[in-house]
Design a protein. Structure first.
Ligand SMILES: Nc1ncnc2c1ncn2[C@@H]1O[C@H](COP(=O)(O)OP(=O)(O)OP(=O)(O)O)[C@@H](O)[C@H]1O
Length: 248
């Protein structure tokens, strides 16, 4: 066996799905991330919580290549890289932005068709992927032919997440999926995602304000405040730290 290859393969297996070190970022010269060190393990659901403006969305955007870092390093499965949306998507990362981001004039079917087309999947593979997502989120079938702009916030959120799952990501970046959703609707959405995450060993970085529901599906929690991490632990630990919970 080639020892160098074997060691490299082992390192890649053990490496976190995503790691950032010393990450700094700003908007127009105002620093909003001030040295973030974070690991997202393989198969882990990590919930990022914190006040409005703490920098959570910016961190997700940097990881998908939608905002540049001023300093620091991003590693994907142990490999340093400069994130760019096309590179990240090719490497199995999917990003669901805050606010859904679905085209209001297209039907759900058209939105999925467009996603399959941009992923250059052949028709057979495309159908299999759609069937898989519809099996996971069967409620999508109820509004399959409707324009996204006519759907409720929760339904649009489901479309947005379903579209992201079409690519069978190994790493899912989810920015506040609960926004505008009643707790029951959020549960309907997050429970099947947690199920597929466990089946496939997918890693999820979940930004949430709605800590009650989000903690129920998370393995670990990181709290941020004003661009720095202030706490890291299990959801149970954080619930026990009432003082910390008042911070966000
Ligand atoms: N496009 C932008 N231009 C300028 N400043 C921005 C921009 N986006 C975010 N900011 C600022 O960067 C800081 C971090 O914002 P960010 O959206 O990352 O925080 P957040 O923790 O996700 O907040 P929220 O929970 O409200 O979404 C805030 O002060 C915000 O005002």
């Amino acid at each position: 066996m080639n020892m160098a290859v074997s060691v490299a393969a082992t390192t890649a297996t053990l490496a976190p799905a995503v790691a950032v070190r010393g990450l700094r970022a700003s908007y127009a010269g105002r620093e909003v991330l001030s040295g973030i060190d974070l690991d997202l393990a393989g198969g882990e659901v990590l919930c990022l919580v914190g006040h409005n403006g703490a920098g959570k969305s910016t961190l997700l955007k940097i990881l998908f290549g939608l905002h540049p870092a001023d300093a620091g390093e991003v590693m994907l499965r142990g490999r340093p890289l400069k994130p760019h949306p096309s590179v990240m998507a090719r490497d199995g990362v999917a990003y669901v932005p805050e606010g859904r981001g679905v085209f209001p004039g297209l039907t759900v079917k058209e939105i999925f068709t467009l996603a399959l087309w941009s992923a250059s999947l052949d028709a057979g593979e495309g159908r299999a992927r759609v069937d898989e997502v519809l099996e996971l989120l069967p409620k999508l079938k109820d509004f399959w032919g409707k324009r996204a702009g006519q759907l409720s916030g929760g339904q649009q959120q489901m479309v947005s997440i379903g579209r992201a799952l079409l690519s069978r990501p190994s790493i899912l970046l989810l920015d506040e999926p609960s926004i505008g959703l009643a707790p029951k609707l959020f549960q309907d959405l997050i429970t099947p995602i947690r199920a597929i995450q466990q089946r496939r060993g997918m890693s999820i970085l979940l930004v949430e304000q709605n800590v009650g529901e989000a903690f129920a599906v998370s393995d670990r929690v990181v709290a941020m405040k004003s661009g720095v991490m202030i706490y890291e632990g299990t959801p149970e630990d954080l619930r026990d730290h009432a003082r910390l919970l008042t911070l966000f």
